[in-house]
Design a protein around this ligand. Structure first.
Ligand code: B12
Length: 176
């Protein structure tokens, strides 16, 4: 099967919220030695965009949103070892603390970013979701981090990013 057909199967499996189909397509991608990152970009994430649009239009509801997230994660369980195996051992580039802002439990994208940074040579401290602003600072100090990454998918939790910058300024830590 060609890679475009596999990307389409990944897309359709997310939109159709089918764990069985997503696993099948993810396994085909690995067997076909296709770049898993391309599969995430051109299949899984595109499918998630459609899920988000349908949710916004009230064509689907929260349970479907939750299930679509689980379907995405079952594909990631198959793709992640492949992504890590493809990563070349590179010199350490720095340390990053990454988490999702307080009030926000979206973590699929943040976990992908964390994994990609790891394969690119960063020491990554993934501190999870719904993280209070001061915890980012505490964890960054503990890890002696060079970078802090704050994921926020909700309009309301975007403020978590600004709050952290304000907190860093207050404590006198110099930013970039
Ligand atoms: C799956 C999903 C959920 C799942 C999350 C499951 C999980 N384990 O993460 C669940 C069901 C829990 C959920 C809940 C809710 N959700 Co939701 N959800 C989504 C959905 C469909 C997909 C998100 C996703 O995983 N995408 C796939 C990943 C790969 O993409 P990504 O997250 O964008 O990540 C990429 C980039 O953003 C970036 N990135 C992400 N983090 C970081 C961090 C750093 C440091 C960097 C550099 C880059 C980076 O890189 C990633 C890889 O490319 C989006 C729709 C959408 N189009 O985004 C809505 C969406 C984000 N949700 C939405 C809403 C409203 C909610 C709820 C409030 C619904 C409700 N009524 O309860 C709750 C909020 C719960 C909470 N307190 O957080 C809205 C937000 C609207 C807004 N403007 O605020 C959206 C946009 C849907 C919509 N169109 O209405 N959701």
């Amino acid at each position: 099967m060609g890679k475009e057909a596999i990307f389409e199967n990944l897309f359709n499996a997310i939109v159709g919220i089918s764990e069985e189909r997503v696993k099948k397509a993810a396994n085909e991608l690995v067997k076909g030695k296709i770049d898993p990152l391309e599969g995430i970009e051109k299949g899984l994430s595109k499918g998630m965009e459609v899920i988000g649009e349908r949710f916004e239009k009230l064509e689907i509801y929260l349970p479907e949103l939750i299930m679509a997230g689980d379907v995405f994660n079952s594909a990631m369980e198959i793709l992640e070892p492949e992504i890590l195996a493809r990563g070349k051992s590179v010199a350490k580039k720095g340390t990053i603390v990454i988490g999702t802002a307080k009030g926000d439990i979206h973590e699929i994208g943040k976990d992908i970013v964390a994994m990609l940074l790891k394969t690119a040579g960063f020491e990554v401290h993934n501190i999870g979701k719904d993280v209070p602003t001061p915890t980012f600072l505490q964890e960054a100090e503990k890890a002696k981090a060079d970078i802090i990454g704050v994921s926020a998918l909700l309009t309301t939790t975007l403020l978590g990013q600004k709050n952290l910058i304000d907190l860093l300024r207050e404590t006198g830590i110099s930013l970039w």
